[in-house]
Design a protein around this ligand. Sequence first.
Ligand SMILES: [Zn+2]
Length: 209
Amino acid sequence: MIPALEALARLRDGNRRFVTDQTTAPALSSQARRAALLAGQEPFAIVLGCSDSRVPAELVFDQGLGDLFVIRVAGNVVAPSQVGSVEFAAARFGTRLVVVMGHTQCGAITATLEEILGHATSQSRNLSSIVDRVRPSVEALMSGRRNEDPNALVHDAVRANVQASVDHLRHGSELLEQLIREDGLLVVGAEYSLETGVVTFFDGASETG
Ligand SMILES: [Zn+2]
């Protein structure tokens, strides 16, 4: 399995191809590739992203079959099943990079903000379970900012929510903690820009060239 920083460089390169319209992914999803993968998979990165139809991880990183182990849930929140999915891939396949990827204009973040501001209509219990996971990080940054431009709040809230998910994965699992401590597992946050197509990586993701 390739080390985390090498995996990160691979994602950066893929996103660069995506942004400049030089994608190679169709060749990476060929019948030959599908056949080769019958023997098993070795995804080089785990991506926890939002379900938003405009943010498919394989496309924005220009990757093909077998490359990424992707978990998608509205608001890229971390509940036990997401932790379990990351544990599974890290332990079973030896994948050493985990990326939590939020995105600009995220509907789950906006919905949470509206609820906090008292503008929201009532939601189902299931949808509330997502909003409730986003809420703490949004509330924390909203103190004293209630009258600010909502777009600025959403911008900051997206990043705070990514950081909360990163923290949860780094500290909410004994298995992942051990892999981080002893085995080079790296959990990093990132934001995809709907406007530019660029993925920006946050702390712990220094440039690797
Ligand atoms: Zn979203």
